[in-house]
Design a protein. Structure first.
Length: 436
């Protein structure tokens, strides 16, 4: 069997983690790993994709991996941060992002959240007309350094995953551009508010073709031109194009690439590259997913109704999307022996199940893998975004430990703790034990 370079690297990381006791069959049955060398390479690819002559600020979407030391790696490497809740804002500040490098998007900002963001000088994208009015009240009292924009829904349609498509006719996000009267009203909103200077669109995430995303951005840029022409001044100075580049969950290739997306954007929205606009991006999954994986021990195996079932310690608590929407979020799984070496030998279809007490807690059905035994290890690949970083608290399973991985020039693997595994005491604290 030939192994690809990424597969060899993942195996080396797993073997090192076992050797160093980070994975251990009694007390450390589950952990997440984030490859910081890979994250750095993804950041470099993103920066290189856009022409250096443009004024672009790349932010990472905090929700994709909100672990503060992971966000800190982005802040250290020249990125900004997109946040969508007071918690994410606090995480971004703790990770060292300057307020002017933070962008606050969310469809449900309270008055207090808006006032705090505007006070700090964090960039804010309003989601709707009511939020703009709310900001009038706050800004009447005091000036703010915040760049302020409004999110539009370019209504270009749906990708393959309805729950990930944010630019459908009826999406809950942004101001629906094509609805009766909205285009005219948007121009008036800009006319009335000299402080409103940015447009924002995030067309969708996983499952959206590049053409659909580029079409949404093209409509946003066209609106900016229309507003500026109609006001007779260049009031819209920046376009926040959101994130949403899809990730390949079927193999090791990065596809599509940031370069391919930029090429498509150039074709659909040439004015974005004219130099007339500042640009913000908000990628999450495409920077992180392929740079992380989850490792879990196999506790038991059995056969039911002729089906081989493998009970592991990774289920819905770290792979909620895959468990609840298996057809939309299939992930690759690898099989390893207790020392972390890739398992070889006879394969058989096996259900890879998790520890949660509901029947659907299965991360892969009838997956052909080398036959797994108790004490073996499985890895869930491409889970660096939206998986172990945001666990689901079902069955009071603790949040797993997460480690950042770097490789020394001599090939030695080094781990830094990103988040320790939640203790039973911490778990009791978050479930109200202190109220007794
Ligand atoms: C989730 C989200 C992102 C990041 O999306 P990815 O698919 O992870 O790139 C960016 N912007 C907004 C507004 C979002 O909601």
């Amino acid at each position: 069997m030939t192994r690809t370079q990424p597969a060899k690297r993942r195996e080396l990381i797993l073997r090192s983690a076992v050797q160093q006791g980070l994975l251990e069959p009694d007390h450390a049955v589950l952990a997440g790993f984030i490859d910081l060398d890979g994250v750095l390479a993804s950041i470099t690819n993103l920066h290189r994709a856009f022409p250096a002559s443009l004024n672009v600020m790349h932010t990472v979407a905090a929700k994709a991996n909100c672990l503060v030391p992971v966000l800190e790696a982005f802040s250290r490497n020249g990125m900004g941060c997109e946040v969508a809740s007071p918690g994410e804002l606090a995480q971004a500040l703790a990770a060292g992002f300057a307020p002017e490098r933070i962008v606050y998007d969310s469809p449900s900002k309270t008055r207090a959240e808006l006032a705090q963001a505007l006070e700090l000088g964090v960039a804010v994208n309003a989601d709707n007309f009511q939020e703009l009015e709310r900001m009038d009240g706050i800004l009447a009292g005091r000036a703010s350094d915040s760049r302020i924009g409004v999110r539009i829904n370019p209504q270009v349609g749906s990708g393959d995953i309805a729950a990930m498509s944010t630019a459908t006719l009826t999406s809950k996000f942004g101001i629906a551009l094509e609805d009766d009267g909205n285009r005219r009203r948007l121009i008036q909103e800009f006319q009335d508010r000299p402080w409103l200077t940015w447009l924002h669109a995030h067309v969708g995430s996983q499952g959206c073709p590049l053409e659909l995303m580029a079409e949404g951005i093209a409509k946003t840029v066209a609106l900016a031109e229309e507003i500026n022409a109609s006001l007779g001044r260049r009031q819209v100075v920046g376009i926040d194009i959101g994130g949403g580049l899809p990730v390949n969950f079927t193999g090791d290739d990065t596809a599509p690439t940031f370069d391919e997306y930029v090429e498509r954007l150039r074709a659909y929205a040439p004015a974005l590259f004219s130099g007339a606009y500042q640009i913000v991006t908000e990628f999450g999954r495409s920077l992180l997913a392929k740079n992380g994986y989850t490792a879990a021990y196999v506790e038991y195996t059995k056969t039911s109704g002729g089906r081989r079932i493998v009970i592991t310690h990774a289920g819905a608590q770290v792979a909620a999307r895959t468990v609840f929407m298996p057809d939309s979020w299939p992930i690759r799984i690898t099989a390893h022996n207790p020392s972390g070496h890739l398992k070889e030998g006879a394969t058989a279809p096996q259900d890879i199940a998790g520890p949660c007490c509901f029947a659907g807690d299965v991360v892969a059905q009838a997956r052909s893998l080398p036959v797994l035994e108790p004490g073996d290890i499985v890895t869930l690949l491409d889970t660096g975004a939206y998986y172990f970083s945001t666990p689901f608290h079902y069955n009071s399973l603790p949040d797993p430990a997460v480690y950042a991985v770097h490789t020394n020039p001599d090939g030695e693997v080094k781990f830094d703790l990103v988040r320790r595994a939640e203790s039973i005491q911490e778990l009791l604290d978050r479930t109200g034990a202190h109220q007794l």
